[in-house]
Design a protein. Structure first.
Length: 257
């Protein structure tokens, strides 16, 4: 019988709303510094998020727009621009412009107090992921995460399940005892491909995506009195009290597929 042992978080869009006002802004500043006539608007960036990974996103855009034909060494340019973009993103973090999404701090603490294993699995740059986690949770909270996987630690990015398969190995747990919290379809497919339960917490970029197969779809993790979450799909037979709790995660693990 399945029993909750580990909770795995995606970062961008789940722990913090970093995409629109963090990564997108950093990309645009980096493009300008490299004299590239590129500016990703909010809508365009939302479409590009369907491609997992920042460097992969850049390559996809350059090829789609035919801009790669005018660049002598596309691989080097992508690497250099992405490196600078990461530096700018961390400057944005350092300026305190990023905050935790509702309910994240509470749920992480609940999981820690319940002696559950905690992990973060992100396609974002490893340095940026760790900097953001340290900034938002502090050193004490950062230390509660047993495993942090990011960047190019795996060959295949989400929707491939490789990063979640690696997480379960490092956590030494079975897939059926893990709950993944994601915000987009690529993440959902990756989690399900690894045989894990998956809860989707939507944001402005992902709310219209197809989340068929998710165990639960919600507006946020919720903080009673400040941000009451709403169940959008998958809440049948669950005892729900306005926020995602360890008790609810255990119900998700134990429900029939």
């Amino acid at each position: 019988m399945a029993e909750l042992e580990a909770v795995i978080f995606d970062q961008d869009g789940v722990i913090a709303d970093t995409e629109r006002d963090g990564h997108r802004v950093a990309f645009n500043r980096a493009f300008k510094e490299f004299n590239l006539n590129i500016e990703w608007g909010v809508k365009t960036y939302g479409e590009l998020l369907k491609v997992g990974g920042g460097k992969e996103r850049m390559r996809h855009y350059l090829i789609r727009e035919g801009l790669d034909k005018n660049i002598e060494d596309v691989d080097t340019l992508i690497k250099e621009v992405h490196k600078r973009k990461t530096e700018i993103f961390m400057e944005i973090i350092g300026e305190g412009q990023m905050g935790l999404r509702p309910g994240v701090a509470r749920l992480v603490r609940e999981c820690h107090d319940a002696n559950l294993k905690l992990a973060v699995c992100s396609t974002a740059n490893e340095r940026a992921v760790n900097t953001l986690l340290r900034t938002l949770f502090g050193e004490k909270g950062y230390g509660w995460f047993d495993v942090i996987l990011a960047g190019d630690i795996v060959r295949a990015k989400k929707p491939d399940p490789e990063i979640y398969n690696l997480a379960k190995e490092k956590l030494a747990v079975s897939s059926i005892n893990c709950v993944v919290i994601e915000d987009n379809r690529n993440g959902l497919l990756a989690a399900k491909g690894a045989g894990m339960r998956c809860i989707i917490t939507v944001n402005s970029y992902t709310q219209s995506e197809d989340f068929s197969g998710a165990d639960l779809v919600i507006t946020s993790l919720g903080d009673v009195g400040r941000d009451k979450t709403e169940i959008l799909a998958g809440g049948k037979n669950l005892t729900f009290e306005g926020q995602i709790t360890v008790s609810l995660l255990r119900q998700v693990i134990g429900k029939e597929k």
